[in-house]
Design a protein around this ligand. Structure first.
Ligand code: NAI
Length: 252
């Protein structure tokens, strides 16, 4: 049986841990060759090892998504290694420590915007430049259910994710005619390092999540990854500009 993205070349950012690693593994399982991009070299190499262990093909590319030269180089290297860039998951992101809006430092605000928002735009920009010249492709950005909710203590983070939703819609509108589909996944609480740390900093958070997530659990990185691969596959060929919540019903 052929995979959902058989023979495709995929780039996943933030692929050294959490949702990005699960996504890279899922792309490989469904037949893609994967560029694993991250600032965390040890974690990135481990993702590559895990992909090799399941019989897939991948390589690690060091990349800070806030650095335009690094993003351009990651796209170029993927094309050089695999002869194409068909799918991209722009997933790298920083969580925000639980801080009241009026106490966010300027440095923390600037870095959150640089990685989450500017980083997502830079990835879109360079991926689209390649895909536009080579017959199209499919891109998924990781936004967050927080982009649709009023959540206290995460103002900078929530603002970047809401802005990503609009970037995705703009990109979907502008590039549909050249065969590029752009969608977003909006995860609710997913059991990665980011959420575990937030729960450790704020013990009331776990109770709050159990009360506000109708399915009354945190999700798994694999539940997000499966949706990402679907959105990059021909099975979702008529879907673009969508904001897919994967949140146990949290935004209902
Ligand atoms: P994580 O902290 O486990 O993984 C994030 C990855 O991004 C790490 O490998 C990290 O090294 C990498 N990264 C950080 N800054 C980077 C940069 N400047 N350039 C390249 N890579 C960078 O976090 P997780 O939970 O897997 O989050 C992944 C994405 O999912 C993020 O965009 C996050 O905002 C989003 N998200 C996560 C949720 C959750 O509950 N875990 C919920 C909603 C959204």
């Amino acid at each position: 049986m052929t995979g959902l993205v058989e023979g495709k070349a995929a780039l996943v950012t933030g692929a050294a841990n959490g949702i990005g690693r699960a996504s890279a593994l899922a792309f490989a399982r469904e037949g893609a060759r994967v560029a694993v991009a991250d600032v965390d070299a040890d974690g990135g190499e481990e993702t590559v090892r895990l992909i090799a262990k399941q019989g897939g093909e991948a390589f690690f590319v060091p990349c800070d998504v806030a650095d335009e030269d690094a993003v351009a180089a990651a796209v170029a290297l993927t094309v050089q290694r695999y002869g194409a860039l068909d799918c991209a998951h722009n997933n790298a992101g920083l969580g925000q420590r639980q801080v009241p809006l009026a106490e966010i430092s300027r440095a923390s605000w600037d870095r959150t915007l640089a990685v989450n928002l500017t980083g997502t735009w830079l990835c879109l920009k360079h991926e689209i430049q390649h895909m536009q010249a080579h017959g199209g492709g499919a891109i998924v950005a990781t936004s967050s259910a927080t982009s649709l909710l009023g959540v206290p203590l995460t103002a900078a983070y929530a603002a970047t994710k809401a802005a990503i939703n609009q970037l995705v819609r703009s990109a979907a509108m502008e590039y549909a005619k050249v065969g590029i589909r752009v969608n977003a996944v909006l995860p609710g609480p997913i059991g990665t390092e980011m959420v575990t740390r937030a729960m450790a900093e704020n013990p009331a958070l776990e109770d709050h999540l159990m009360q506000t997530v109708p399915l009354a659990r945190v999700g798994t990185p694999e539940e997000v990854a499966d949706a990402v691969v679907f959105l990059c596959s021909p099975r979702s060929g008529f879907t673009t500009g969508s904001l897919l919540t994967i949140d146990g019903g949290q935004v209902l």
